[in-house]
Design a protein around this ligand. Structure first.
Ligand code: ZN
Length: 431
């Protein structure tokens, strides 16, 4: 597991510095990198001006240079040093201003005075440069040259998709957000975790579910994607997850779908309860990312969020402190573990029914151990308990919840019982 954490971490640091705004070449370059790991990824371009529900795909923003220099020609802030120094989608400017005049166009974060904040203005024309509060306070009352060399051009929104067909048309969806520049946890970690989870799913020898991975810029990307795939998503997606903030070492977090009762929620909670029982549970009212779109009325696609520190709750959020030091190989490995367990659980989440009347004579199958050693840890007792609840009406998640069992123990028992034909799977119209 440590190895996979390192792999995801290294891939994240490769993608980290790209000028990844809502649309444009930084996003395309990110997709090129993802395709090196997922060669089957399909990448689509949706032209500026395309309508999607109440939204319109905006223009691309091309940024060539951005800096503030003082009268001695020294660059105070330089976009080439850190792409957070310019407000994403800023209007162009080239002017000499007093410090007082400059203040109207400079953003800093009072609460995090050493960090450069991430500021974007995708839909409202504004001019902005960003720097740390500390740096701003140190500027003299000089004249400053603010220069943002950029333009908005007709272009296209880029999104990526990869589908791994399973035995069923029923789908599990993973959606991650490709649109922030040099911010590691929010949102790049979701993209890089999704890339490696997709590789893992592609390597599965047998898939009951079909798996769909979507990579798109936030809000407009999700809306474009949902509007062009709605019927299919509504029919097939049985559980979906937004991947974001997956690489730090904070406590695990869960934000439910709007009902909190979907298969996505049940599988997420079952895995978190067994792996990380102290996880933080949020309300749907605290949602922030594209779970907003999937859970909207009329869309009603069962999507929830499982992450480490939730977006907006950590001081590094949307600042230059959310960098490669804030995420770690261990952080990524932990999230990878959680999601591979969720996948394993979903693959096994069926209704099991004991195949014999009364308890089976387990000694005949080599499944007997000394019952006098009793207690919940006795593996024989666990098998008997599993069978007691395997009446064909409860699904695996329900049984695991009653028995406080993790997915690995449950799968081990299912394997043993299936080998000896002691349980059957109850099929219904959904299977
Ligand atoms: Zn964000």
């Amino acid at each position: 597991m440590e190895l996979i954490g390192q792999e995801i971490y290294d891939f994240t640091s490769k993608c980290f510095p790209l000028n990844r705004y809502l649309m444009g070449d930084g996003v395309r370059k990110t997709f090129q990198y993802i395709k090196e790991i997922l060669p089957e990824l399909s990448v689509y371009e949706v032209p500026s001006g395309t309508k999607a529900f109440d939204w319109t795909v905006p223009d691309e923003w091309v940024i060539r240079d951005a800096f503030i220099e003082n009268t001695s020609g020294k660059k105070i802030v330089d976009f080439r040093e850190n792409n957070l120094h310019v407000m994403a989608y800023s209007e162009p400017v080239n002017a000499w201003l007093s410090k007082e005049e400059l203040a109207k166009f400079v953003f800093w974060d009072e609460g995090n005075p050493d960090a450069i904040p991430y500021v974007a203005s995708y839909y409202m024309p504004r001019i902005g440069m960003c720097m740390s509060k500390r740096q701003w306070d140190m500027l003299d009352d000089d004249k400053y040259h603010i220069c943002i060399d950029c333009e908005k051009v007709k272009g296209s929104l880029t999104y990526g998709e990869i589908v791994y067909q399973g035995e069923m048309e029923d789908e599990i969806l993973f959606h991650s957000v490709v649109c922030h520049p040099s911010l590691a946890n929010d949102e790049l970690s979701g993209v890089t975790l999704a890339t490696y989870l997709a590789r893992e799913v592609g390597r599965m020898q047998k898939r009951r579910f079909t798996y769909r991975f979507v990579f798109a810029p936030e809000t407009i990307g999700a809306i474009v994607y949902i509007s062009s795939h709605l019927a299919q998503l509504k029919m097939n997606v049985k559980a979906g997850y937004i991947l974001s903030c997956e690489g730090d070492n904070g406590a695990y977090s869960y934000l439910p779908s709007i009902t909190g009762q979907t298969l996505a929620d049940r599988a997420a909670c079952a895995v978190l309860n067994s792996l990380h029982p102290n996880y933080k549970s949020y309300s749907f009212l605290e949602r922030g990312s594209d779970e907003r779109q999937y859970n909207a009325p009329g869309i009603d696609i069962p999507v929830c969020l499982v992450c480490r520190s939730k977006a907006g709750t950590f001081p590094e959020y949307h600042t230059s402190s959310d960098n490669m030091n804030f995420v770690s190989p261990e952080g990524f490995a932990g999230s990878f573990d959680v999601f591979t367990d969720i996948i394993k659980l979903l693959e096994h989440n069926q209704r099991y029914k004991t195949a014999v009347m009364c308890e089976p004579h387990l000694t005949r199958y080599g499944l007997y151990s000394d019952l006098t050693k009793s207690g919940n840890k006795n593996p024989f007792k666990r098998v008997v308990d599993f069978l007691a609840y395997a009446d064909g009406t409860r699904d695996l998640i329900e049984i695991m919840d009653i028995l406080k069992m993790d997915v690995h123990e449950a799968c081990d028992i299912i394997r043993k019982l299936s080998t000896h034909h002691l349980i059957t799977i109850v099929r219904d119209s959904h299977d």
